[in-house]
Structure formats: structure tokens, C-alpha cells
Design a protein around this ligand. Structure first.
Ligand SMILES: Nc1nc2c(c(=O)[nH]1)N[C@H]1C(S)=C(S)[C@@H](COP(=O)(O)OP(=O)(O)OC[C@H]3O[C@@H](n4cnc5c(=O)[nH]c(N)nc54)[C@H](O)[C@@H]3O)O[C@H]1N2
Ligand SMILES: Nc1nc2c(c(=O)[nH]1)N[C@H]1C(S)=C(S)[C@@H](COP(=O)(O)OP(=O)(O)OC[C@H]3O[C@@H](n4cnc5c(=O)[nH]c(N)nc54)[C@H](O)[C@@H]3O)O[C@H]1N2
Ligand code: SF4
Ligand SMILES: [Mo]
Length: 753
């Protein structure tokens, strides 16, 4: 049979690399980087190559599984699987109310057209407030800070890496993660180019990460203290009259309030807390202010910590005070071709973002963006009373490995009346399910990065049609979500989902035609639907978003504009150019201004000042994570290509701590705290600073009942057994996953009896 090469954007991380996939019939021969991709230019990482291995993985589910009378998960037909969901879900909602059904949405859902376009219909129909996601073990603090400052949650300022002369990076390691809240394939090449043009890279990280290794400067910081460092930088800008917001001044509310808030955070006060010398902090501030242009960027090390929202806010306070927000080479706002939230509606003004509109039932943790913090999920399942969670739907998530105190969560999962998973594996979480509904391999579905082009360092659009024909036994994920939506609405499971799909498309069009700012305002919905024939599913919805989007053809209003057909004709993608200044039009705050001192954030500063005076435990150890190039959170360890080689799930310990605690390289250590305990293999290395130990997350694949043959051979340990669900960033409810106090001791050699 003849070989052919198909082009496909990689769906695994935020870098959106273009892949060239060689196939023969239904077999995948190999995966390479697409040298002509307008954005990635041939770059790829080992996970992209592993697209073939995922496709071929015998453990990848190809049929629904149903918990049988004997308690085992057994293969079932789709009819049987849906019948089980329908017979339990309706009565459960009837008896216990809508909030009794919880939903957890995991990370791959942000990379898939189906969950992005059809998830909302399911949530709306379920009508539950018990919505949780991986966002509250991740970027929620940044979304809140940005939402309060600019008025919309995805209005996140992205470092303009290709044009900056000074990049101050905190809590990010893009050389392993390939970038996050910063879509930028080949960060190694881009950082090399930054230095080659005379620019400077400064990395703040408790570990000498791969990124720190290629930086001009690396400042080890005590975990969880970035907000103090950033505030001290702000302090110096004011103190030395280096704050020059330029044209931002007239667009910004609250600069003087920030000056007042920064007063106590002197470099001298921050130094002992952060472990970075006062003189160094002053120099960092001066260099940041002097650089033309500069960008400050913080990622997961700055969000999954005690002061995550404050740290995320302060990153942008620095970008504003130095005049670098919204200018080339600074921190800029992308303008994506489809779904760009801050380009719809009235330019320059909006409803803004409100947080804590309701609180979790048991602990009172705050709502944000319609979700509750996942750190509260276990207690919401365990605690009886009105609103107790009795059923769970997980969509592309493995919270038993990715959320805090996963031991407690796993026990809670066992007590549910109904657990339905939409997933590709029987893993540590889905092994507890009553019903698992599989989805096709990425190669059997289309792709477009609706979310990540809104966070990209260039404006790019790239659509990939499915590489392989569908597997007749595994319906598209969007159709599965629509069928679940029908069940949630109390309706029979539709064989033909078109009536539901048409409703979703009609609803999307109605929003556009009724907006006075849309290209299709006032147009007839049915007429537009007719124009979209014969498109169905995600293609029809994507077509609407593209044509009504900022570059769109507006269904004829702008004949040269973008459409799905234009993307189909450009398989290497369309480059829409470098980021452009977007202020003040992109603002959606009620004031129509940048809110530099939003009330909820100002109120949280007292918590940070208190921490300045907190006594330090100099002998104590804290745990941080670390990402590894060949991992993708918890779920790609079943692919041999990605787990071969030496054991990776090791506990990094600084030589001084190892000596003090009698820990030896290659030996086992016991690590414990209030949340849990585990035994890990010690790797003594000065890549971590003293007082800090590091363990990657997403391992621990030896759970009974999981069906991950390869991962089981390289099980590692689950670091989230140690993440304390009681520790959250109070403002966002986001879990603290970095800077967790732990006690480490050698595991005694077995004593002969
Ligand atoms: N200690 C610690 N914990 C962390 C982190 C950390 O840094 N340290 N990082 C956090 C972060 S940033 C994140 S994003 C979370 C991730 O948390 P989760 O999203 O809960 O975990 P993943 O490991 O990404 O699990 C993804 C699941 O989706 C399934 N899947 C894969 N592809 C598809 C698909 O196309 N459709 C469907 N329906 N399912 C699919 C996989 O089989 C797997 O079960 O982990 C968080 N947890
Ligand atoms: N290879 C790979 N790539 C991935 C993923 C993966 O699992 N593997 N996951 C994807 C996902 S879901 C996400 S969200 C992104 C995350 O992308 P990144 O944020 O770039 O991820 P990490 O590599 O975890 O980098 C976080 C860094 O923060 C440091 N750190 C820990 N605590 C602190 C602290 O208190 N202060 C400071 N300043 N630094 C601290 C850690 O040592 C680590 O080097 O990566 C994505 N890409
Ligand atoms: S860097 Fe990310 S997008 Fe690129 S090949 Fe690797 S996993 Fe895929
Ligand atoms: Mo993430």
C-alpha cells in the first residue's frame, strides 16, 4: 500500500508544533516535525513522536467499559453504557438535586475541539455548581489576576519572546515544559536568539532547571516567596523613581495605591524571606527598568503556591510600571483568529470578572469562572448533607494523580453512587468508574488550538483534518458529549446527534447575530446555517468562530477574510504576524481602564505582609515539583518510547541536606507530612537549593485495577499523596503544589530477625 504524509498539529502541549505523519493505509509509519509549519518550522519533542505510540497502544480503550455484577470493568456496547448512565443519573438528580453531580475537566480538554466546543452544553444542561477542573491546580491565579486587571479571564499578557531584550522568568521551565501561557514552539531556539541579539534571560527558580542552565542569571528562591520578591522589585521601582508606565499611565487606575501597598516590601525585608540578597533585588529592578524592552513572565511555580494570585498580579504590575505592557518586546495580548474572548462585544469596556460569587459547601472555598477549587472535591463527596456530591463525570482528567491529597480523593471516589469517565485509559482515577466512554485516537479527529492561539507569542491559525479514517467502534468525542447532554436533559439517547448539534451551532450564531459589534449582526441564523452546509460537528462551530472572528470573512462582510476553507488550503498554517498593541480596545473592565489595584487583590496583601514576619524553620524541608520532557502530566507513561531509560521519578536532595539527614544517592527515603507518605529513591544533586526537595508529579502507576501495562513497569511514586489539600492560595482556592512542608528520613535497611 502507498505511503502518504499528512500534516497535523500536535495536541499534547501548548507549543502547537506542526507534525508530518507518514501513514500507510491505517498504519502510522512515523512522525516528524513539519519543516514548513509557519510557526514551529520542524521543531518537535519526543512526545510528538509518541503520537504513533499512543495510536498503537493496546491499552488505549476502543470500547466502553461497564462495571459488572462482580465489580470488574468489562467491555460493553455503547447502548449498554448509555443505558447505565441514564438509569442512574436521572433518579440521582431527582433525589439529590443538580449539585449532587460533579464534573471534573482535565488538561487534555483544553487541547481538544470537542470538549472546548461541546463541554459547555453538557455543563449548562447538568446545571450543577459542582464543577471542578485542572485549572485550580494550575493557572487559575493568573486568570483571576488578569481577569480583575483587564476584565476577561483569558486576557493574559504573553511575553513577546522574539522581540524582548530582557526576560525575567519565574517558576517556569520551558526547556522541559515547552512553554505554558506562552505558546511558542522551540523555546530553546528563541531563548538562544534572545541572547544572540544581546538580550538577557534571568531565571528565578528553587532549582537549577534546564532553562536556568541556559540563562544569564539564575536566582534560587525559597519556594512560595515570589510575591515578596516581586513586591520588592516594585518597591525599588518607586523608591528609585524608575517607574515609567508611559502611555499606560492614562489607561491605568490604581498606580498610587500600588505605591502605598509596596512600601513595607523593601528589598531588605524580602531578602531573608526569599533567600535573594537585597543588593541583588535592587540590581534586578534597575536592569528590568533600564531594558528596552523587557518582559516579566511567571508560570506554574508562581501560581501553584500560597500567594499565587498576588504573584501573578505583581508580574503584570511590573510590566505596567516599566511601560512594557502591550508594547512590542514586552508583555502583549494576542489576537487569535477564533474564539478570542476579549475581542467580542463592545471594545474597551465590559462586565469585568467577579470572583467568589458562591463558595464550596464544606470549606467555603471561593468560586471562580464558574468553578470550585478541586482541592475541595474529596470533602464535597465525603460530607453528608444537602448538596453532597453523589455522582461524578470526569472528562480527560486523572485527579487521582494530579490533585492534592489524592489518597483521600481515591477513597472518596469509591463511595460515589455513579462515576462516568470520558477517557482513553483505565488509569488511577478511571479504575474507580462505573462507566468509561472512550474517545478516538488524536489521529482520527481534527484539531485546532482554540485555547492556545489566544496565548501565543505570534498570531497563528492552523487547522488539521483527521489523519486517519474514524474507528467505527469509537464515535467522535463531540458526539459522545452531545449524547451525555441529551441524557442530562432527561431525553432518550439520540442515535443521530444532528438535531442537538444544530442547536449548539444555532445558539453560537444567535449570540453573534444579536451582538451589535459582530460582523453578522442582524443576519438570519437559518440563512447562515444553510451557508455552512454540509459542515457538521466541530468543523461547523469552528467555521462560525473563524468567520465571525477578528480576521474572518463575516459571511461575506469582508470577502478576503478568513474561513475554514482558507485554513484547509494552508496545511502548514497561516501566520497572522507578530503581536500588535491592543490597548485600550481589549479591556473589558467596567471602568474601561487597567485596574492595577483591584479590591480583592488589595485585600489579600495583608496576608502577604503577615508572612514577611513569619518565623522561618531553617531546618525544615519543602517539596517542589519538576516537569520532565518525556512526561505529560500523568498520562503518557504507558508509551515505552517515553519511559525507557533510567528511573526518572526520583527525589532530588541537595548534598548538604543529604549529609545532614544521612540520605544516600540511590537509596530509599521516607517522605511524609499531614497529607500522606511515600518512599522515593534519592538523587543527590546541587540542582536543588538547600532546604528544598523535588519530586515530579503524575507518577505512581502501580495501582490495582489500572490497565497500564508499560506504566506499571515504571511506576514511580505519586507526589500528590503529599500535597496537602488544606493548603490553598486563599484568594483563588488554587492548590499549593510547590513549597509543601515535608519530613524526609532514610528508610532503614531491613534488619534481619
Ligand atoms: N504536584 C503537582 N501536581 C500537579 C501539577 C504539578 O506541577 N505538581 N500540575 C498540575 C497541572 S498544571 C495540571 S494541568 C494537572 C493535570 O491534571 P489532569 O488533567 O487531571 O491530569 P492528566 O494527567 O493531564 O490526565 C489527563 C487524562 O485525560 C485522558 N485523555 C487524554 N487524551 C484525552 C482525550 O482526547 N479525551 C479525553 N476525554 N481524555 C483524554 C488521559 O487518559 C488522562 O486520564 O495536574 C496538576 N497537578
Ligand atoms: N514535558 C512536559 N511538558 C509539559 C507538561 C508536562 O507534564 N511535561 N505539562 C504541561 C502543563 S499542564 C503545564 S501547566 C505546563 C507548565 O509549564 P512550566 O510552568 O514551565 O512547568 P515546570 O517545568 O513545572 O516549571 C515550573 C518551575 O517552577 C519551579 N518552582 C517550584 N516552586 C517554585 C517557587 O515557589 N517559585 C519559583 N520561582 N519557582 C518555583 C520548579 O522548580 C520548576 O522548574 O507544562 C506543560 N508542558
Ligand atoms: S513540544 Fe509540545 S506540541 Fe511540540 S511536539 Fe512536543 S508535545 Fe507536541
Ligand atoms: Mo497544566
Amino acid at each position: 500500500m502507498q505511503e502518504r504524509t499528512a500534516l497535523r498539529t500536535c495536541p499534547f502541549c501548548e507549543a502547537t508544533c506542526g507534525l508530518a505523519v507518514t501513514v500507510r493505509g491505517d498504519d502510522v509509519v512515523k512522525v516528524r516535525g513539519d519543516a514548513d509549519d509557519v510557526f514551529s518550522r520542524g521543531f518537535l519533542c519526543p512526545k510528538g513522536v509518541a503520537l504513533k505510540d499512543l495510536h498503537d497502544d493496546p491499552d488505549r480503550l476502543r470500547t466502553p467499559l461497564l462495571r459488572g455484577a462482580d465489580g470488574e470493568l468489562e467491555a460493553a456496547t455503547w447502548e449498554q453504557a448509555y443505558a447505565r448512565v441514564a438509569e442512574r443519573l436521572g433518579p440521582l438528580i431527582e433525589a439529590h438535586g443538580r449539585d449532587a453531580v460533579a464534573v471534573y475537566i482535565g488538561n487534555p480538554a483544553a487541547h481538544g475541539l470537542a470538549p472546548l466546543l461541546y463541554g459547555r452544553a453538557l455543563l449548562k444542561t447538568l446545571g450543577t455548581r459542582s464543577v471542578f477542573s485542572a485549572s485550580t491546580v494550575d493557572q487559575r491565579p493568573k486568570e483571576i489576576a488578569s481577569g480583575l486587571m483587564y476584565g476577561a479571564p483569558l486576557s493574559i499578557a504573553i511575553p513577546d519572546v522574539d522581540r524582548t531584550q530582557h526576560l525575567l522568568m519565574l517558576g517556569a521551565n520551558p526547556l522541559e515544559s515547552n512553554g505554558s501561557l506562552m505558546t511558542a514552539p522551540d523555546m530553546r531556539g528563541r531563548l538562544r536568539a534572545l541572547r544572540a541579539r544581546g538580550g538577557k534571560l534571568v531565571v528565578v527558580d528553587p532549582r537549577r532547571s534546564r532553562t536556568a542552565e541556559v540563562a544569564d542569571e539564575h536566582h534560587p528562591i525559597r519556594p512560595g516567596t515570589d510575591a515578596q520578591l516581586l513586591f520588592a522589585l516594585v518597591h525599588v521601582l518607586f523608591d528609585e523613581e524608575l517607574a515609567r508606565p508611559g502611555r499606560l499611565a492614562e489607561l491605568t487606575e490604581g498606580i498610587d495605591a500600588v505605591r502605598e501597598l509596596a512600601r513595607p516590601f523593601t528589598p531588605e525585608a524580602a531578602a531573608p524571606v526569599t533567600g535573594i540578597a537585597a543588593a541583588t533585588i535592587r540590581r534586578m529592578a534597575r536592569e528590568l527598568a533600564a531594558a528596552e524592552p523587557a518582559a516579566v513572565y511567571g508560570r506554574i511555580g508562581t501560581t501553584t503556591q500560597e500567594f499565587g494570585t498576588l504573584a501573578s498580579w505583581l508580574v503584570d504590575v511590573l510590566n505596567v510600571l516599566t511601560g512594557n505592557l502591550d508594547r512590542p518586546g514586552g508583555a502583549m495580548f494576542p489576537l487569535a483568529a477564533a474564539g478570542q474572548r476579549n475581542s467580542t462585544g463592545e471594545p474597551g469596556r465590559g462586565r469585568g470578572v467577579e470572583i467568589a460569587r458562591w463558595r464550596s459547601r464544606v470549606r467555603g472555598l471561593p468560586e471562580s469562572l464558574g468553578e470550585l477549587p478541586v482541592a475541595a472535591l474529596a470533602e464535597e463527596i465525603e460530607t453528608p448533607g444537602e448538596g453532597q456530591v453523589r455522582a461524578l463525570i470526569t472528562l480527560a482528567g486523572n485527579p487521582a494523580r494530579s490533585t492534592p491529597n489524592s489518597g483521600r480523593l481515591e477513597s472518596a471516589l469509591e463511595t460515589l453512587d455513579l462515576y462516568v469517565a470520558v477517557d482513553v485509559y483505565v488509569n488511577e482515577t478511571t479504575r474507580h468508574a462505573d462507566v468509561i466512554l472512550p474517545v478516538p485516537s488524536p489521529l482520527q479527529r481534527s484539531h485546532y488550538d482554540l485555547a492556545f492561539y489566544q496565548l501565543s507569542i505570534r498570531n497563528v491559525a492552523n487547522y488539521s483534518p483527521p489523519v486517519l479514517a474514524p474507528d467505527p467502534s469509537v464515535p467522535d468525542e463531540w458526539a459522545t458529549l452531545l449524547r451525555l447532554t441529551a441524557i442530562a436533559a432527561g431525553q432518550p439517547v439520540p442515535h443521530d446527534v444532528e438535531p442537538y448539534d444544530r442547536l449548539v451551532a444555532g445558539e453560537l450564531l444567535r449570540r453573534e447575530t444579536s451582538s451589535p459589534h459582530s460582523l453578522v449582526r442582524g443576519r438570519d441564523v437559518d440563512e447562515l446555517l444553510a451557508e455552512l452546509e454540509p459542515r457538521r460537528g466541530p468543523e461547523r462551530l469552528l467555521e462560525i468562530l473563524l468567520r465571525c472572528g477578528s480576521y474572518g470573512d463575516g459571511f461575506g462582510a469582508r470577502p478576503d477574510g478568513l474561513s475554514l476553507a482558507a485554513l484547509e488550503a494552508a496545511p502548514h498554517g497561516i501566520d497572522l504576524g507578530p503581536l500588535q498593541p491592543r490597548l485600550p480596545d481589549m479591556l473589558r473592565t467596567p471602568s474601561g481602564r487597567i485596574e492595577l489595584a483591584p479590591a480583592p487583590i488589595v485585600a489579600d496583601v495583608a496576608r502577604l505582609s503577615d508572612a514577611l514576619a513569619r518565623p522561618r524553620d531553617d531546618d525544615g524541608l519543602v517539596l517542589v515539583g519538576r516537569r520532565q520532557l518525556r512526561s505529560n502530566n500523568s498520562w503518557m507513561h504507558n508509551l515505552r518510547l517515553l519511559v525507557s531509560g533510567p528511573e526518572r521519578c526520583t527525589l532530588h536532595v541537595h548534598p548538604d541536606d543529604a549529609a545532614r539527614l544521612a540520605l544516600a544517592d540511590g537509596e530509599r527515603a521516607h517522605v511524609g507530612n499531614r497529607a500522606g507518605e511515600l518512599e522515593a529513591i534519592v538523587e543527590v544533586t546541587d540542582a536543588v537549593m538547600p532546604g528544598v526537595v523535588s519530586l515530579p508529579h503524575g507518577w505512581g502507576h502501580d495501582a490495582a485495577g489500572a490497565r497500564l501495562a508499560v506504566a506499571g513497569e515504571h511506576a514511580g511514586v505519586n507526589s500528590n499523596a503529599l500535597a496537602d489539600e488544606a493548603l490553598v492560595d486563599a484568594l483563588s482556592g488554587n492548590a499549593v503544589l510547590n513549597g509543601i512542608p515535608v519530613v524526609v528520613a532514610p528508610v532503614p535497611a531491613p534488619v534481619a530477625a
